[in-house]
Design a protein around this ligand. Sequence first.
Ligand code: PAF
Length: 285
Amino acid sequence: MIIAHTVAELRHALRHTERPAFVPTMGNLHAGHLSLLAQAKPLGDATVTSIFVNRLQFLPGEDFDSYPRTFADDCAALEQAGCDVLFAPREGDLYPEPQTFRIQPDPQLADLLEGAFRPGFFTGMATVVMKLFMAVFAGKPHGTAMFGKKDYQQLMVVRGMVRQFALPVDVVACETERADDGLALSSRNRYLTEAERAESVQLVQALRALAQAALAAGERLPAERPALETAATAQLAARGWQPDYLTVRRRADLLPPRAGDGAGALVALGAARLGSTRLIDNLEV
Ligand code: PAF
């Protein structure tokens, strides 16, 4: 595996590659990331994984400083998984000057849900993804980028950006990897205490119950949705969580369902804090 720190080193490593298959990450790799890499392999003539903890997408007071950085373990895991190129820029390599030009995602999508609770997150995320895409794909006839469905809204923002800027990149959505009890794999799971880890599965269980209730409501879903969401949120809060939202939305635009939106068109999404750890998850319905 070639390790590139600068964009020039990356481009040199990829000089004979025509169709990079790219897995952007913030490191602290787990089975979810490695599954993205495994799915990337047949889709390009070289795999590239990036590791970069992007300050721009963290709010003041969030976990930028404490975000787990496990570079040596990540390198070993990528090497073993057969990654061809690791792009691990230092902050000054990716942001040699203050980033005054930014990608401003459509507020109709980016101000909802995660964007409402983490203002600026999607701008910071989309800006670094654009920079990473330019580093990996510029001058290439075609590329593929892998994104997990766990960050559902992120995936939709990236898809919108790729579409509107006509980037020559196929965005592939990959299913969420889960622990045996159903908890979605996430680098932030390592913040959980033992007791919190045991409790953490309640988020996906609450989403499952909400999804079932949404399906059962059928045509009445637009009218009954607020009450179903309030009940789901209250149940989680009663267990000691601090929910930001538990909601049923349309997969197409993350807006509330309308009459006729049913199975195949919906997604239940949730974000909640357990102790000091904020977890997010979703289930397509
Ligand atoms: O999902 C992530 O790990 C990050 O948001 C990403 C896409 C690597 C951008 O920093």
